[in-house]
Design a protein around this ligand. Sequence first.
Ligand code: NBG
Length: 829
Amino acid sequence: MLVNRQAKDINADDVVLGSDAAAIRRSFVEKLFFEVAKFPGVATRNDHYLALARAVRDRILHRWIRSARTYLEEQHRTVIYLSAEYLMGPQLGNNLFNLGIEGPARKAMESLGLNLDELIEHEEEPGLGNGGLGRLAACFMDSLATLDFPAIGHGIRYEFGIFDQEIVDGWQRERTDRWLRFGNPWEVRRFEIEHSVGFGGRTETVVDAAGRPRVKWTPARVVWGVPYDTPVVGYGTVTTNFLRLWAAVAPEEFDLDAFQVGEYWRAVDEKIRSENITKVLYPNDASTAGKELRLEQEYFFVSCALQDCIRLLLQRTTIDKFAEKFAIQLNDTHPALAVPELMRLLMDEHGLGWEDAWRITSHSFNYTNHTLLPEALETWPLPLLARLLPRHLEIVYEINHRFLNEVRQRFPGDDARLSRLSLVDEQGEKCVRMANLATVASQKVNGVAALHSRLLRETVLRDFAELWPERFTNVTNGVTPRRFLGQSNPRLSSLVTEAVGDGWLTDLDRLTGLERLAADAGFRERWRAVKQANKERLAAWLHDTVGVRVDPQTLFDAQCKRIHEYKRQQLNLLHVVWLYQRILRGDVAGIAPRTVLFAGKAAPAYQKAKLIIRLATAVGETVARHPVARELLSVVFVPDFNVKNAQRIYPAVDLSEQISTAGKEASGTGNMKFAMNGALTIGTLDGANVEIREAVGEENFFLFGLTAAGVEDVLRRGYHPRGVVESDRELADVLWLIESGHFAPGDPGLFRPLVRGLVEHDPFLVLADFRAYVECQGRTSKAWSDVVGWTTSSILNVARVGRFSSDRSIRDYVREVWHTRPVTLAPVT
Ligand code: NBG
């Protein structure tokens, strides 16, 4: 649609919205009547929530218009973040917080007899991600805006996000996440933008108007992508970026031919098939399903994103400026089809030759790897690609051909190297290795923690690192302190502000100002009181929603993350059972009373993970029934771990479990959120734990277990878990108790597969680390009894976590990878 250039004197600054309580109240009332179309007496809580959300959104849009206009006029280099997942969390509280209008909004609601907390609580979060990877993308969006960097996040508007988890009879049960059911007040649908995305069909070479040969792809099927924008406002700044999520729609509502012959269902078939593409998020964390629909999703959104970039670019300049205008970040390989897609768009649609197209493409992309787990490295079978994306496969072949020629020149005769580097895996089922594709096309490739980046260079991408050492870098993950401290832990935040002054939320290194206070008894007392109050709040919530009572005086020990064997929830449970047996034996000296919290979703098809959840709930039930054990121990599985629930949990935890097999957890970000809220960590030298320990000091971190090199060593020499059991009587007892059916009296064989799996295979070395873990937990118990020591460590943890702000990560990306500049905007009224 054409821009109407006749309009004049339409200026956003003519609209004064105001941010005091009276102004917010006025907007709220207006929205309730004229947008939600409700009046008192019939308005529900959802209506009130919608009205307030819209009032807040207006204030954000005001900033957004200022941002977008400036960027359009001044043509700044823009970060394009491509991610199949964004785990944004609830928006209302965060937006109020970042705008700095929570106080006036509260007043405005009070003046109308409404409670702001209830409205914030009411919001259903968009669960458009599985775990760390999606949440990282959300933290990065927050930091990009807060630091005034122009950025657009592109992703998928899944109609159903990650399933809601319920626990029924101790088992996980999945419920469809119908997050859009009551409307989404934050998004703006852009009706004038739509991009067509093809699938299947065939390619042919034609001669274009200028007499040059060109490839023409005639897809068998076309769907439209339509964008929904969610503004992302920075904290304490005008800068407002946006997340552009794409939804698939059918180009024709009805197949009229089918309709006319009376086959009504066939007529809507095509529509359903098209719209299925963005129907649901695949609920697998760190692993790929290899499913056709997933491939369609990945291609669909990157095609929309790139067409949209080109549309924006051509409004002001020419196609050859693409790489100057955009720095594209591939968040893992899920968007890696963007590489052949950009080549296709540049050559087939915009008439560039291969060399020019490749120069632009290879200067636009950068790739972040998020996992070394072999089952999680994406590959797509050639036959599937040939069928679904024939043109892209041709381009991948050509990229590979040229690339391998280069390699041949540098390493003549080294066929083994060639086959390792090849974009196509020729062994077994032939497929395209997406990590190789992303690496070949990128300026920079990074891992997400120092150890992970090193292992990436030494293992999965070793040959590439030899070829192009300068291409590889590290950017350690970070988390936004706005959401995970400012907003979710107001008590600790005000104590911190009192101690170090304002400004720490955007300059987290200022937390070091807390260090000197760790020696101040009065301050420690207040610090403890904050943690205590947070624990009481969590306990009350657990009582209300899960129906369990926990004692806030006990050590709150939490492992909250996806359920996965490599994360070793089983190790945690073995320790819990070990404690339980000691209590039954009457051997209770030195045991600190503890509440062990588990939370996390299991992929619905991951049977073992679901059984691990069942073991956690079963142990919890058994312990709770035992009159002596329950005095010292309780084990609670908190259902439905999502951003909202995470924000309740982090502030209330004393001990953070980060106990993955060394070398397996790329970074972790929960580890940072817990530490930022004053929890001490018990952990292995894995992912970002290494750097957290370095930062907070080894005396403030409980370290145990094999190192990554140790793990490799054990496996190389031949690991025999049974031997470990035979040499450790207590471990044998623990395993036997679980296997005996003690925790599942009605179904004694229930947990046998878990025990068998550990004793016979134990690929993640749970048993190898058991003794070290149990001993280390002994140290945590001992440390807990030293209140002064524990509190001191807690303060020092917070004082020293500044570098794990996502602001630091973003600055690293800007310096090392994107080379973009911040843009400061004039204030809005
Ligand atoms: C996950 C890693 C985590 C890491 C997040 C964010 C995937 C593929 N990887 O360790 O397992 O913290 O990414 O980088 O989800």
